[in-house]
Structure formats: structure tokens, C-alpha cells
Design a protein around this ligand. Structure first.
Ligand SMILES: Cc1ncc(COP(=O)(O)O)c(C=O)c1O
Length: 451
């Protein structure tokens, strides 16, 4: 037994003291010991950004093996929207795990899977008949949305966008734009994937209509609508830099898809489930996608994902063509039903909107005082600051990494993103309190001012 094995694990969930508390440097000795074991035992490709070993989390904090309590502004990459170890999720999981852990839905179906599908069909935008299928991860949901769109249309080509991120499996690597670290050396990639220019108002200055015309002309000329099964896009791009498209861009794409028999897929894996201040970001842009992929926030931290969409498209795949051993696992479904209950009945979309006001307000103040923040953007509890060289507008990835590292050292977990690595993104759990959020942002401001 190492010292790390003997650490007393505090009770997680919202009962954890909501405070930033540093009792050692970051990482402390116990975390360091565990991270040393990680380097020996875990493949190098599985990297980590916060140099701590977590032992408990809840509300707006993560507690590490040394007893440090860090402010969580990342939610495990937009997963713990309802908060870590939310009491409803914990109770549902405990009850289900004692009941049965697995039958395989493709062998002996169970009600909770069906109830999750019903909830998704009801909650996703669009007043039309919908169906859902459940999977394990965001990438798997995206893979299946593409399969369904191809079967429905009898066409093969799929268009994804500059700065897009859709996962790390073979097909989703092809859909993902950024080479390093997601694709480099891992090819050959799946065929019939094409890329179109995104609307990126801070960098292209185009209106939504003009950006859509640019993308659609390129698609018509380089792919040909008769070959195109689907267009897949994140309504607000996540890993690519929290890029919010100009008004009118998404509706123009969706209208064009409808007119041309192309399946419009909104990848809401990161934006879904109240994160942006609406249950789904598509609502903010007035679009009703044919298919929506979801994961991350859906089940309070349990692995679950879904494709939801127009019933006639979802039914295109023949029996046995969709599924998987674990897809819609009963424990994950129980967690999802509890999380969805929390999203619907605990005002979490409103809470995300309030968090967004705080984030945007504080970051805009920082930007007004510091020209190295070139842009502040986002919706709800999905907000980012893009760091630039003020003289040239060039992305400043070094400053971004320095600020993130300094925040970690000061007990605030912040994440970075962006094609150019120059975006600090804020994705706090919706269970974080205003005071803690403001304290975390104060640390970000101080870290920026110090460099
Ligand atoms: C928009 C989007 N799609 C797909 C994925 C892949 O999800 P997963 O990591 O669960 O496979 C992600 C993950 O970050 C994502 O942000």
C-alpha cells in the first residue's frame, strides 16, 4: 500500500465545503505519487491537464488526494452540468446497480432506456415525430448519426466544418479538423468526408448569410449535392475554440439541407443539456436539426450518448444495424433520467444563463483593460476568451497555456481549446455558486495580470 492508497476520501457531491483551499503546492505529494504511477502504467497518449489526483467533487469544487480543494471551471469537459455526484443521480445509480447491471438492450430491453428515448424525443427541438438510439460516447453517437444519414439518403459524402471536433474514433477523426493532437499519425482516415469553411465572426468578419453562401458554394462545387448524405456541425464549436457562428449562418445551412434532401446533424455533445442557457443550443439559433447527437451532460457523469431525430430518418437503419453491447446501459439510463429530472425541475437552464452573465461580464471587464484578450464569446455557461498578440492579432498559445497553468497552481481548474490553442474556455458545473465562480475568475484575472 502506498501513502496515496490510505487517503481518507471525503464525501463528494454538494456536501463538500464550497471553498478554494490549498494545503500543499499543486501537485501535492500524494497527487504526485499517483501521477508518477500514471506515467508508468497508463499509455502516454492519454494525457491530463490538471496535475492533481481527484478523490471527491461536488458543487463547484474538486478535492485532490492531498486535501486541496480546487474551483472547477471545466466540469470534466462539460459533463457534470448537474454537478458532480448530484444526489438524484447518486440515488438512481445506487438503486439501479442493486437491481441489475446489464442485460444488453438488444437481448432483453428495459424501461429506463425507453424512458430516456422518450425524454430526448420530447426535449430536443422540433415539433415532429422523433426516435432515439442510445450509445456510450459522443464519438459513437456521431458515428451512428452518419450511418443513419447514409442509409436514409443512399448517399455517402459527409461535410464537416473548419475547427470542428467530433471525436477520436476513425470516422470521427476524419470529421475532426485539427491534426495535432487528434489525428496526427493515426491515418488513413475514413473516406468521403469533406470540409467547409465555418462562420468565425472574430476572424472572418462575415455576416451569417455571407459565411453560409461561402460554405454552400464550396460544398456544391467540390462535393455535389447529389452525393451528399449529411452536413454535421456543432451549433457552438467546442474544442475548436467556442466559436459562435454569426446570426443567420446555421438557419441558412439548415434551410439548404432541407431543400436538397441532405440530413442536417447538429452535434450537441458539448452544447447540450442546459449548458448554453437553453436545453439545446440549436434553440438559440432557431434551428430544428434532422438529427441531434448528445452525450457528456446527459447522465451526470455516467457514460451515455444518443442520436435523436426525425422518426423517418432514424428508422432508415434495418433491425440489427444499430446498437452495441453496452449502449444504453441501465445504470447510465437511470443516471440520465435523474439528471434530466434535475435539468427540467431545478431551473438549470436559467442557472446557466446567470452563470453566463457573470462570465461574460467579468471577462469583458478584463478584455477592456487588456488588449491581449482579443475576443470574449459564448452563451450561458459555455464562454471563452481568445488570447492574441495585440500588435498583429496573431493567436497567443503561449500566454494561454501560461495562464491556464498558473490558474491550476492557484487552485482553479480551467481548460484551454482552439485550433490555435489560444482560447481559455469556461464550462463550470451549473451547481457552482456565484461567490466561488467570481473567486475563480479573480484568479484568472490575477494570473493574466502577472504575465
Ligand atoms: C462536439 C463534440 N462531439 C463529439 C465529441 C466526442 O465525445 P466523446 O469524447 O464522448 O467520444 C466531443 C467531445 O469533446 C465533442 O465536444
Amino acid at each position: 500500500m502506498t501513502t496515496a492508497d490510505t487517503v481518507t476520501i471525503p464525501v463528494g457531491g454538494p456536501t463538500l465545503p464550497q471553498e478554494r483551499r490549498l494545503v500543499t503546492g499543486i501537485p501535492g505529494p500524494r497527487s504526485q505519487q499517483i501521477l508518477d504511477r500514471k506515467s508508468t502504467a497508463v499509455a502516454a497518449g492519454v494525457s491530463h491537464s490538471a496535475p492533481i489526483a481527484a478523490v471527491a467533487a461536488g458543487g463547484g469544487v474538486i478535492v485532490d488526494a492531498d486535501g486541496n480543494s480546487l474551483i472547477d471551471l471545466g466540469s470534466g469537459i462539460a459533463v457534470t452540468g448537474v454537478g458532480n455526484a448530484h444526489p438524484k443521480v447518486v440515488a438512481a445509480v445506487q438503486q439501479q446497480v442493486a437491481q441489475f447491471t446489464h442485460t444488453c438492450f438488444m437481448i432483453s430491453p428495459y424501461e429506463s432506456y425507453i424512458a430516456v428515448a422518450e425524454a430526448l424525443n420530447r426535449l430536443t427541438p422540433g415539433d415532429f415525430a422523433k426516435k432515439s438510439a442510445l450509445f456510450n460516447s459522443g464519438a459513437e453517437a456521431v458515428e451512428n448519426a452518419v450511418k443513419i444519414a447514409r442509409k436514409h439518403t443512399g448517399r455517402q459524402a459527409v461535410v464537416a466544418f473548419d475547427h470542428g471536433y467530433h471525436g477520436r474514433t476513425n470516422l470521427t477523426m476524419a470529421l475532426t479538423a485539427k491534426s495535432m493532437p487528434y489525428k496526427s499519425g493515426f491515418g488513413p482516415f475514413a473516406g468521403e468526408i469533406y470540409r467547409a469553411p465555418m462562420s468565425y465572426p472574430f476572424r472572418d468578419g462575415l455576416s451569417g448569410q455571407d459565411a453560409a453562401a461561402r460554405a454552400l458554394t464550396q460544398i456544391e462545387k467540390q462535393v455535389g449535392v447529389e452525393n451528399l448524405a449529411a452536413l454535421i456541425i456543432e451549433p457552438i464549436q467546442g474544442e475548436g475554440g467556442f466559436i459562435v457562428p454569426a446570426d443567420g449562418f446555421l438557419p441558412a445551412l439548415a434551410d439548404w439541407c432541407r431543400a436538397n434532401g441532405v440530413v442536417f446533424i447538429a452535434d450537441e455533445v458539448q452544447t447540450g443539456f442546459a449548458r448554453t442557457g437553453a436545453m439545446f443550443a440549436s434553440e438559440l439559433f432557431g434551428i430544428e436539426p434532422d438529427l441531434i447527437t448528445t452525450a457528456k451532460g446527459i447522465a451526470g457523469g455516467l457514460p451515455l450518448a444518443a442520436v435523436t431525430g426525425r422518426a423517418e430518418i432514424m428508422d432508415a437503419a434495418h433491425p440489427g444495424g444499430l446498437g452495441g453491447t453496452y449502449g444504453g446501459n441501465p445504470i447510465a439510463c437511470a443516471a440520465a433520467l435523474a439528471a434530466i429530472d434535475a435539468f427540467e425541475n431545478e431551473g438549470l437552464a436559467q442557472r446557466a444563463a446567470r452563470i453566463g452573465e457573470i462570465l461574460l461580464g467579468r471577462l469583458r471587464e478584463m478584455a477592456a483593460a487588456d488588449p491581449r484578450i482579443g475576443d470574449v464569446r459564448g452563451r450561458g455557461a459555455m464562454v471563452a476568451a481568445e488570447f492574441i498578440d495585440p500588435a498583429t492579432g496573431a493567436p497567443d498559445a503561449v500566454l494561454t497555456a501560461t495562464v491556464a497553468r498558473e490558474c491550476m497552481a492557484q487552485g482553479v481548474v480551467v481548460l484551454t481549446c482552439g485550433t490555435f490553442g489560444n482560447v481559455v474556455r469556461f464550462l463550470p458545473p451549473l451547481s457552482i455558486g456565484d461567490e466561488l465562480l467570481n473567486e475563480g475568475l479573480g484568479v484568472v484575472a490575477a494570473s493574466l495580470a502577472a504575465h
